[in-house]
Design a protein around this ligand. Structure first.
Ligand code: B12
Length: 222
């Protein structure tokens, strides 16, 4: 079984879109769990690429090709992602923080939420704090979920929470944050309500947050 994860990681690392699509089909045909294939195959390949990028072994074009391969891979597996039984509906406005174009993780969170019965409004990438708040207001959303993979963009998560507080709207929406440089401590420091390390954990946190009137401690997921 682990052999296919290795092949997936390699195809994603090398930006081989056709091979990634072929392997996604193999995952489905052979009954491999798609979530595990995404985590142990695709994400593992991207993580290795990120490390090699830092070491100047690979460069931006390789990251771009790998991202395309990963998107194609996830696209095929999307319909096969399973829902948990205790779905809890609610509306989530999701997007990447201002300045951030990394949308693979954000897409995974959005897909998992949708699979689990949430109404997901996806604002895409490079979303300003005001765009998040305006959309959440006009759609009476329960949760604003922000993804950031860049330390420079993570700053805008804090700005959005501060804007909500200054405008007297802090209790109107729960704020969930996630992405590479984000952790539970950061979520607490900026006054967010929830943090999860993974997309799958993000769903668990959203389920908890929609049931809560007030959040005293940051809700942390897997
Ligand atoms: C692919 C990639 C790109 C692609 C992105 C394409 C796309 N459409 O997404 C491209 C080529 C565009 C790119 C560009 C850049 N990148 Co880049 N990129 C990556 C890479 C290799 C993989 C990211 C990825 O998709 N991972 C897989 C997904 C599934 O993981 P994830 O996003 O972390 O999401 C998971 C969790 O974090 C969580 N999650 C994510 N969001 C959320 C949100 C919520 C609410 C929750 C609960 C959970 C959650 O769930 C997901 C899975 O379970 C990373 C390295 C790495 N390992 O992260 C570098 C990396 C993020 N990039 C980096 C850099 C520096 C850049 C550039 C500045 C490079 C440049 N010189 O131009 C630009 C910036 C562009 C911009 N303005 O955003 C750095 C960031 C350093 C930092 N901390 O600031 C990294 C870490 C590489 C490195 N090691 O140096 N990149």
């Amino acid at each position: 079984m682990s052999e296919i994860y290795g092949k997936i990681a390699e195809a994603i690392y090398n930006g081989e879109e056709d091979e990634a699509k072929k392997l996604a089909q193999e995952v489905i045909d052979t009954g491999v769990d798609p979530e595990t294939a995404i985590k142990q195959g695709g994400i593992a390949g991207l993580d290795k690429l990120g490390e090699d990028y830092e070491q100047l072994i690979v460069f931006l074009p390789e990251l771009m090709m790998a991202a395309d391969a990963m998107k194609a891979f996830i696209g095929i597996l999307k319909p096969y992602l399973a829902a948990d039984s205790d779905s809890m509906p609610g509306t989530v406005v999701i997007g990447c923080a201002k300045g951030d174009l990394h949308d693979i993780g954000k897409d995974l969170v959005g897909t998992q939420l949708a699979v689990n019965g949430f109404n997901v409004i996806d604002l895409g990438v490079d979303v300003s704090p005001n765009q998040f708040v305006d959309t959440a207001k006009s759609n009476k959303a329960d949760i604003i979920a922000i993804s950031s993979l860049l330390t420079t963009s993570a700053y805008y998560m804090e700005e959005m929470v501060n804007n909500l507080t200054e405008d007297g709207m802090r209790d109107d929406f729960k704020v969930l944050v996630g992405g590479g440089p984000i952790n539970a401590g950061f979520a607490k420091d900026i006054g967010a309500d929830g943090y999860a390390r993974t997309a799958f954990g993000g769903v668990e946190v959203c389920k908890k947050l929609v049931k809560m009137d007030k959040v005293d401690e940051v809700v942390v997921g897997e």
